[in-house]
Structure formats: structure tokens, C-alpha cells
Design a protein around this ligand. Sequence first.
Ligand SMILES: [Zn+2]
Length: 191
Amino acid sequence: MFVRKAAWVVTAVLGLLFPLVAVAAPSASADAHALVRTLYYDVSQAQEFAADWDRAAVNWNNSVVNVKLARRASGTPTNIRIYADNGWPRAYVSSLGNGTVYMGRQAVQQGYYRPRITTHEIGHILGLPDRRTGLCADLMSGSSAPVSCRNDLPNAAERAEVDRRFAGTLAAGDVRAAGYTGSSSTECFVY
Ligand SMILES: [Zn+2]
């Protein structure tokens, strides 16, 4: 009697749980076990460009599902260090999801759109290389697009590429260990 009742309870609980699980799962969950990783960026050294880096985070958060960007807070790691100088904007990628980015005032003074620059540099941290197509529709075309280009969003292929790179079941700590292009050296990309 006890066993039958216990079995009924388990069945009832599972019956309650499964619809909830189904509802809670991401709608595009081809892989129900995929983990959304959060990368923390530090704007404390970003000088006058902090808002532009926040804009880059919003742009990426609205564009991809497998990785999220958030400002670092006490107790979180720092995945992305941010600086500003008078040179050209650039990104030093130490591993997928980790590195250092610079806003360079040289490009700003030439008229390049600040949110496009920051979103492009974060694109490097997320694993995208430069592709100098000259097209404004391509985020990773960088400064090969006209100075007047104000598109600061990745195109569909760029979004899909980032989601592919961050797909899978690696824990957050493993992203750092996985390295970038299998190399231990830091790669530098420019806007
Ligand atoms: Zn670049």
C-alpha cells in the first residue's frame, strides 16, 4: 500500500514537474543541456566610453543566446578588461571569452561610430576574426566600412558563429582553459 501510494506521489510530482521544465527551457533549445555563459566586463578603466561598452553588451545580449555579457560586480571574475587611449581601437584575445579591449580616440576623432567600434571589439572576444568586406551590414568589417556606417549589430552569420562557439556543455571555467585557436599566445585584432 505504501509503495503504491509512493509511486502515485512520484508520478504526480513528475507530472507536475515536466510541463514546468518544458516551459522553462529556452525556446530555441536544440540542445537542452547548453549552458548560457556569462562573461563579465570591467568598465572602471573605460574613461569616457563606459556607456559605449554597455551598449556593446546590450547589442550582443540581444543578438546571441549561448553567451551573455554583464558588468563585473564584487565577487564576479573579470573576463574582459577595458581601457581607452589615443591609439586605434583594438582587442587582445587571450582565450575565447577573455581578453583586453581598447577604445582608441584616433578612430573616434576620425568619425567612426563608437557603439559599432565597441561591439566590434567585443566580437573579437567572442571569437570572431576581422573580415574586411567593406560592408556596413557586417559588424566585423570594422573600419573597412564607410566612416558614416552606424550599424552596430552583428549580422545573422556573425550571430550564429558566436552561438556556435559558445554552444555545448563546458562549464564557465573551461572556457578560459579551452584557449583561443588552440594557442597560448594572445592575438591582437584592430577595428
Ligand atoms: Zn577588428
